[in-house]
Ligand binder design. Structure first.
Ligand SMILES: NC(=O)c1ccc[n+]([C@@H]2O[C@H](COP(=O)([O-])OP(=O)(O)OC[C@H]3O[C@@H](n4cnc5c(N)ncnc54)[C@H](OP(=O)(O)O)[C@@H]3O)[C@@H](O)[C@H]2O)c1
Length: 257
């Protein structure tokens, strides 16, 4: 029996990871801020799939929250075989419309927490010569797009670099880069989604299924869905300046109404 720890497990992509991994027999450690929702999720997954599911309430924007999850990942007697660093959020608005404090919180959750949890997990996994880390980034990593895109670009670069450094150790890492996924993400950020065309939306369960297939194949970056693979391939051919203008124009649609 293996154990997976998922951050941001109660909604969207994290909940899809939890469902999928529980269905394939993994015990789970579920992390998010809202304790009641976590306990309900743990009880439901245990009942439905017979796996052990533990709730670990933690706010990854805080020192105590990150330290609590680091401590769990470092417990030698209860090894975590798969870490999914998924917790994250969006901010509505362009630069200078968003409070600096919110941008710093984003860096804490998207970068510092990912760095520290990956470090704690990978150190323990290296000792056992096995384990995997999935860091949830975004296709926003590949276009010039404010703090959100920059933080996700960091996640991709960091993950690829660590994957290389740990090659041959038995510890695998993969950055997951989805496009638009139907979750609570946009509503939580107060972003309008009316102008995002229907064909651009992905289903969280399908994204997770493809991500886990890519992890099994040894990929270090996964872009689920052929439409987004093609879009990101084309984006590489577009000059950065033009890409920035298109991205900024598209981004303004999800800004303050
Ligand atoms: N949806 C998309 O279109 C999309 C596209 C590309 C990438 N992504 C990325 O996918 C990841 C998951 O997003 P999602 O769309 O599934 O979002 P979501 O539906 O809003 O779910 C976010 C989850 O993260 C938890 N969370 C938020 N802030 C947290 C914090 N400070 N500490 C601990 N847990 C926290 C939430 O629970 P609590 O509120 O209870 O803490 C919830 O479980 C994010 O990293 C996001 O950037 C999303």
């Amino acid at each position: 029996m293996t154990t997976a720890l998922i951050t941001g497990s109660t909604a969207g992509l994290g909940a899809a990871f939890a469902r999928r991994l529980a269905a394939s027999g993994h015990d789970l450690v579920l992390v998010a801020r809202t304790a009641e929702r976590l306990h309900e999720q743990a009880a439901e997954l245990h009942e439905r799939h017979g796996v052990e599911a533990a709730a670990l309430p933690a706010d990854l924007a805080t020192e105590e929250g990150i330290a609590a999850v680091e401590a769990r990942l470092g417990e030698a007697g209860r090894p975590v075989d798969l870490l999914v660093n998924n917790a994250g959020f969006g901010l509505k608005g362009r630069f200078l419309q968003v409070a600096l404090a919110d941008e710093l919180t984003m860096l804490k959750v998207h970068c510092e927490a990912v760095l520290r949890l990956t470090t704690a997990a990978a150190a323990a996994m290296q000792e056992r010569s096995r384990g995997a880390v999935v860091n949830v980034a975004s296709v926003a990593a590949f276009v010039p797009r404010g703090t959100y895109g920059a933080s996700k670009a960091w996640v991709v670069q960091f993950t690829q670099g660590v994957a290389r450094d740990l090659a041959g150790s038995g510890v695998r890492l993969m950055a997951l880069c989805p496009g638009f996924v139907r979750t609570e993400f946009h509503e939580r950020a107060g972003m309008g989604t009316d102008r995002i065309p229907g064909w651009m939306w992905l289903d969280a369960d399908r994204v997770v299924a493809e991500a886990l297939r890519d992890l099994g194949r040894g990929r270090t970056v996964s872009i689920p869905d052929p439409r987004y693979k093609a879009l990101m391939g084309a984006a590489k051919l577009v000059p950065r300046g033009l890409l920035g203008r298109v991205s900024s124009g598209a981004g303004s649609k999800y800004g303050p109404r």
